[in-house]
Write a protein that binds this ligand. Sequence first.
Ligand SMILES: C[S@@+](CC[C@H](N)C(=O)[O-])C[C@H]1O[C@@H](n2cnc3c(N)ncnc32)[C@H](O)[C@@H]1O
Length: 364
Amino acid sequence: MTSTGAGELLQAEAELWCHAFGYLKSMALQCAIKLGIPNAIHRCGGAASLPELHAALPVAASKRPCLSRIMTFLAASGIFGVETPEDGEVTGVRYHLTAASRLLVEDESGSGGHACLSQLVLLIMTPIHFRASQSLADWLKDEDDAAAAETPFMAAHGASFYGFASRDAEFGACFNEAMGSDSRFVAETMVRECGPVFAGLTSLVDAGGGDGTTARAITRAFPHVRCSVLELPHVVDAAPADGTVEFIVGDMLEFIPPADAVLLKFVLHNWSDEDCVRILKQTKEAISTREPKGKVIIIDVVLGSSSCKQIREAQLSLDLCMMMLFPGKQRGEQVWHKMFLEAGFTRYKISPVLGSRSLIEVFP
Ligand SMILES: C[S@@+](CC[C@H](N)C(=O)[O-])C[C@H]1O[C@@H](n2cnc3c(N)ncnc32)[C@H](O)[C@@H]1O
């Protein structure tokens, strides 16, 4: 056995500390969103000094030194950029938005800036998710019998994720709002980059389409596509009824209304392979198999779709997130391929145009 030098041991200790304190990265980011720091920097023109932040944020005067330390931490983790004056004077330090924190700025003008992901980021950090992940080790030790919880979420909360969301109105609203913010973000890229995917369609059902944000964006961008949303009762009850899209209450495992295309955005990763095949069989029933044939449009992760380290890490984090909350998972192309064939489809096309996620067209 080779002995490890003191330098290496101390480096390893620092590495462990960084991993163990990983939750503080999440909590500092949560704090920044709750205080409105990205908005405050944006209102200052994209960069702000500490005195400007003190004037803009609801932080008690006695705690201002803590804000400075939190900003130093967030700048070190890349959420904000920092410029330090040559004289090192702390009041001269300026923090600016990075590409990531720009996504946390609300579009206050309503003039169509990019989508804001704050609600989605806050959902990821909700104590309800944390409690589920804290029961992971115990859940793994449970024998797989009838009494065992299906997921760590169930072990922690005694209900399935969507059962819990339907009973806890506050959590349900928070979840739907977060999904809506993700949908606004994805739809911006999708309608810009994927126009040909919607060419020739006259109707589309967004199965598990949440509050209808994606369906509305598709109808707005491609007025020839009439969109409806199939959802659970509590989601339809709370959905905005502006008449742009039709909402249908139903269970996608049992029936999907007929349309030229069925969209499944961020849906199949909630389900086991067996249930995905069941849902895909329903989509095949829903779309036309006569000419012109319909198609299924899936937006989900395809593991291995990118060689970018950060995208790979985001995909693996999403996979663990699914393990905590649902009987689902993220999948590589081989697994997707197998499920498509089992459901009776003959071909598919994967377009890795949505960052961590891909757009997959599946044809009968
Ligand atoms: C992860 S969310 C995705 C929502 C939306 N597609 C999006 O990306 O913003 C999955 C959605 O599926 C809905 N859902 C869950 N089970 C369902 C079922 N059996 N039938 C129809 N919808 C269901 C949930 O209510 C939830 O809105």
